[in-house]
Design a protein around this ligand. Structure first.
Ligand code: AMP
Ligand code: ZN
Ligand code: FE
Ligand code: FE
Length: 282
């Protein structure tokens, strides 16, 4: 096939996306995307269904995960691609992170109530349908109940980082996350660097073992992409790209809005091959 392309950052109903893993694969196939990475927050539960659907619909599915890390109070998102998603240490760590989300969600619900926005924890559970619970579920309920006119407004006014109803949650450090990903044979990628607004933090990550950077991202100015492309080159980082699609959970369907040439996937695979020759001591 000519001009194969990939979208390496997609969420499903296993976390806060609104498309099931099978639906994600179907949407990718419809848009002529050859390869996708499933990168749910703190969970790998969507991966088996996506892999099976990928076989059925001839879409290559890369198992991944997205972990929010904490670097001196700043939230740094790191993707793990090509992870051994069945690894027990990984699954135990993810379980711990997801359990910690429960008390945090309850605290956020209390804060919202103080501002006259009444949401029940059960409503969040119902929307998440057994998947990881998070702020995007809360934003969707706020919109439905008329507490916000859009998802963006819910975040900008109430639940975005450091807003009045925001409560932080337990996170690993970037080092811990990078080494966890390495331990399970994965490639660690800094997600959406342009959302970080902290180049000092970005420039420290390669020393901590970061493998790559998500240079291509949705709705990003050409100059921004070029800027991060150059930075990746200067720091010897691999380059990836993805839409960060959450189904229609963020008011628009983004899958396929970023399509990177398949050569980038080939480079990741070559890197993974070269890694597997190394001795890993833990
Ligand atoms: P959580 O993991 O519960 O902290 O929630 C993270 C989710 O909220 C991810 O899907 C983020 O992309 C989303 N998110 C964070 N900040 C914003 C924002 N300002 N606008 C829209 N979505 C956001
Ligand atoms: Zn999300
Ligand atoms: Fe993210
Ligand atoms: Fe994401």
């Amino acid at each position: 096939m000519k001009n194969k392309c990939a979208d390496l950052h997609i969420h499903t109903t296993a976390s806060d996306g609104t498309f099931s893993p099978r639906r994600v694969v179907r949407e990718a196939a419809k848009r002529g995307i050859h390869t996708i990475a499933i990168t749910d927050h703190d969970t790998v539960q969507g991966i088996p269904e996506a892999i099976q659907a990928g076989k059925d619909m001839n879409v290559e599915v890369i198992p991944g995960v997205e972990l929010a890390t904490d670097e001196r109070g700043v939230e740094v998102h790191i993707l793990g691609l090509f992870i051994d998603w069945e690894n027990k240490t990984l699954q135990d760590t993810l379980k711990n992170l997801s359990v910690q989300r429960i008390s945090r969600m309850k605290k956020m619900i209390c804060r919202l109530a103080q501002f006259g926005m009444n949401i029940e924890f059960e409503e969040v559970l119902e929307l998440a349908k057994g998947g990881i619970i998070g702020r995007l579920h809360l934003a969707q309920i706020m919109k439905r109940k008329g507490y916000a006119t859009s998802i963006a407004e819910a975040f900008n006014k109430h639940i975005g980082d450091r807003k009045a109803c925001y409560v932080s949650r337990y996170k690993l450090s970037p080092e811990e996350t990078i080494s966890l990903i390495y331990h399970v044979g994965g490639i660690s990628i800094l997600a959406h660097p342009m959302l970080l607004h902290r180049e000092d933090i970005i420039k420290d990550l390669p020393k901590k073992g970061l493998d790559g950077m998500e240079v291509f991202y949705h709705h990003q100015a050409k100059e921004t992409t070029e800027h991060y492309e150059k930075m990746a080159k200067d720091y010897g980082l691999l380059v990836t790209g993805g839409s960060d699609c959450h189904g229609d959970g963020k008011d628009q369907v983004l899958i396929g809005s970023v399509k990177i040439p398949y050569e980038y996937v080939e480079r990741l695979k070559e890197y993974k091959e070269s890694m597997s020759g190394k001795n890993i001591h833990y």
